[in-house]
Design a protein around this ligand. Sequence first.
Ligand code: DGJ
Length: 710
Amino acid sequence: MRQILSLTCALAAIGAFAATPIAINTDASSLILSVGDNGRVYQNYFGKRLLNSADYAALPQGTEAYLTHGMEDYFEPALHINHPDGNPSTELKYVSHETKQVSPGVVETSILLADPVYKDEVTLHYTAYQPENVIVAYTEITNKENKPIELEKYASSMLHFNNKNYYLTEFSGDWANEAHMTDQPLHYGKKEVDTKLGTRANMFVSPFFYLSLDAPATEENGEVLMGTLGWTGNFRFCFDVDNRGKLRVISGINPYYSRYSLAKGETFQTPEFIFTLSQDGKGQASRNLHDWARKYKVKDGEGDRMTLLNNWEATYFDFNEDKLVGLIGEAKELGVDMFLLDDGWFANKYPRHSDTQGLGDWDETSDKLPNGIGRLTAEAKKQGVKFGLWIEPEMVNPKSELYEKHKDWVITLPNRDEYYFRNQLVLDLANPQVQDYVYGVVDNLLTKYPDIAYFKWDCNSPITNIYSNHLKDKQSHLYIDYVRGLYSVLDRIKAKYPNVPMMMCAGGSGRTDYKGLEYFTEFWCSDNTDPVERLYIQYGFSHVFPSKTMSAHVTTWNKDASIKFRTNVAMMGKLGFDIKLDDLSGNDVAYAKQAIKNYNSLKPAILDGDLYRLVSPYDHNHAATQYSSKDGKQTVLFAFDIFPRYDEFLYNTKLQGLDPNATYAVAEIDRMDGQNQQIGQYTGEYLMNVGLPVFTRNKMDSRVYQIMKN
Ligand code: DGJ
């Protein structure tokens, strides 16, 4: 329980409204709400921090903060309740609010509202992380009636804007083409960014966006909101521009096929909507989210990350004990921290020799691994590397013993042919027995093999054939209860094994959200490891997630790119290799070993520092990214030439965030020849205003610069 450092509390009964506005302030932004004469709560302001609180009272009354269905509003509501008597409307009036400082720089505000007729209660929660300029909002809805109520719509947050223009950037795509950024202006009407995939929920679109206000924001300029939902399931962001050009942004669980009934006295808690408003462009907004995430959200957010060698692309399903022992030796030779055994190690009746069978039967395949996982953890220990293991415990192949025994645990329609995505089905995590089983997969493995130091938790299918045996007449609860069931499993794992890092993977990046990252130290950005494609994919994810959460591996995808180019791209995330040393020449192996050492020494900047996206791959034939350690001493600059045109003009790249008065020593490091090349000494002012010529006209070429403050 967090310590309450100070508590201010404003309480007022219905009819005697809060005299002062309710201010949710970070160091750089203010969200000001107030209670109108009619007792409803309005959002009067959301923008740059208003330093003079006396100004709050002068703000004109804005739009109702959390609009409800069935009253006077004609646009998309945040809340829609069907009452037991058939009345579909709700009115919310202010009851009280409370502001608590929970720790230095963290202030929680909760506003209690109630329907004067039906008495149902809604509490709007806002936690302001002041130095990070991040606000986390969620809502609680409590049934105060004598019979169940039905929730049709139940947003986590509603925010209002009144600007000349709005520009939305979404991060959409497909498997192997994730987080592709597209921009669009918003005009009258509704734009929804949502998913209905259930489990591998983000396969087509990620649960985050940015919204530029008035004019398209650049990296360094413009007012921009970045928002993301912490929910590992169906989400929806609804952007609705009304007849007066005002925009409301509604964020939460996707209400699609998710009508939720709430028993008398029960409370529904929505997921968190996490947002930051920057006056200084997208770069600052990303840095805000990264700082907040490392400090408050991500599992072991301030801890180190392990480099690794994964066998997936090195062997796919075709391996045996000897091959794996060989690869563990290669992990040692490369100098990575861990060997990660991927899919294909389990099942006996239907051995997992391909993705067609075996999922659900978590015993080692005896002819592949006659001495079990224990032989491998022992070998890893001998070699001085950690051992990690792939699992996909939420899923089942119809060709498996689990399916034969427990078809009732499977999400599948009782009276129709089954439709399979990657030959598999999803287990019904709404069912507590299934939760126990899924928890047991991890618990049994760790009990039997305590030397397993890491899990890659995969999830390769969306929910298909949607029907839960367990939920009976509450089928529309499934999308939500599934995710809650998953969290209950992950809570138990985290409680018993708090120090086991895990990668959140879902057939590439089908799961990429901040609630998931409470349990997982990192996520898999994409199955597409072509470094050129990865420049774009990682660029997209970098808007919201810090690099230590973004797993990036060097593979044989795009062998036309040098090992250096492939490795340099992966070094901008959580570095791993998914390759056999046989696939590399002697020089390449020597380079890779050196790159791992360099990466380890650059971690304070790359993993825990400030990110500056200097040159976007979307705008140029080049890309450049800067990371600066928090103490300002170490900066690393990655420069990539993608497919430059013949004789194209090359421009200097200007750094950001340096001390203009300090001098910096610039060297090109991580070169193929193993030699660091001193470039020169420059002031921060020079590096930021004149910049450095870091690009060439070579195709798929890269350079890494270390810039040390003297
Ligand atoms: C999908 C993942 O994204 C891959 O990395 C790999 O683990 C396969 N699944 C294994 O089936």
